[in-house]
Design a protein around this ligand. Sequence first.
Ligand code: BG6
Length: 480
Amino acid sequence: MEHLEQKPFPADFLWGAATAAYQVEGAFDEAGKGISVQDAKNFSNPVHNTTVASDHYHRFREDVALMKSLGLKSYRFSIAWTRIYPDGVTLNPQGIIFYNQLIDELLKQGIEPLVTLYHFDHPQALQQAYGGWYGEQMIEDFKRFVQTCFSEFGDRVRYFMTLCESNNVVLYPDLIGGVPEGVAVEAWRFQVSRIMALANARVIALCREMLPQAKIGPCIGYAVAYAATCAPQDVLAAMNEDEFRTFYPLDLLCLGRQNPTVVSFFAQRGVDIRLAEHELAELKIAQPDFIAFNYYQSNVAKYCPPAGQEIQPGFNSDGQKGGFKYPHFPGLYAGDSNPYLERNDWDWEIDPAGLRIACRKLYDRYQLPLMITENGLGACDSLVGGKINDVYRIDYLQQHIAQMQLAISDGVPIWGYYPWSFMDVMSTSNGYHKRYGFVYIDRDDHQLKTLRRIKKASFYWYQQVISSNGQQLFNQESCK
Ligand code: BG6
């Protein structure tokens, strides 16, 4: 649909940027903090190192000053569960002090905090005790942590996100501690989806009770699925991907219902994934205020015969284009590349229009306002003469923002936009080799260097976008 006139961004639009605790804070065992499942990976993955990360824990005032200079209206960050409950059970008041200071500093600078309550980093102690999100006990343990967050920070924080990308973590079990020995991966996936949905519902109910003025919603990662061709079997494959990967978990979180196609697919294979009536009732009552979603790319799906070989989704983890292996789920769909789109060095397809399509699909299905809580381009930035001229990132972001405005013109209510990431963060599989930030952190995977903060060209560009409320998107003159 072509618009004769575009709607402007709302006057109170939340122009933001995002990070997550384990990817920026460092100080992984300071001030009573416990070991999280992310810290536990430090010992097995050479580029996954939460020890110092971007040293935000020690430099948060300097970082907030940079946010202020960027003109951020809002900052999305996550609270490390292990700072507040190091072992998942025992309260650590020192952890509360840190987040109080961060929130106060943000508010002093006029920046609205958007708090993620869980971003992949639960206590390793709970992982060891009962397999983390695979265990029923996680619902109450998570609730205890969230209750503390609400009572300590809820007087100043007005926006909360529950669990980051609960749909993607089940696709990539290693992201959150892995599948316990002897458990089949599909069984693990459905159990974790169920537990996460119930935990989400329980803390939304708690929020209504404790903080009736606050806004709260779940977060998913949505790579909208396109059919490889107009052959009906490819069209069905794309529906399968959307339903299995995104709508099944999101229906649980927002509608309190189980997608019938997914239930029937597993029933035919002898697996009963139906939830109990009282569980569905609990999910149905916990209505979120918005859907947060992270968008980086679209996907292509094609027919995958039932007798084919299964290939689980993986990553391109070295940034060499062409290294990505597309998943095959026999009887459902197989991934493929999109000949119409460019890819980044990690084979993520760059598809600005896909953001508009994703917004429309989500709003049409759920009728809830949206927050775009991650969107960005991972790249190997070079520091040349003290500057980082990341024009490729500006290009990516401006095209996505333009499509977001088209989605708003289409009638989709969007409350905010949070590019990933405010500053360079430790990418889970690629360390500091793959960067996303507006602010460069002077370190790499092998040397800590100065950890100096350097504004990239995209920083100056985004500054103009924010100050013009999205009017000055394409003015390259703004890039210094
Ligand atoms: C998102 C996660 O899915 O993707 C972030 O919420 C992550 O934590 C981001 O960093 C980008 O992924 P990667 O692997 O490029 O760091």
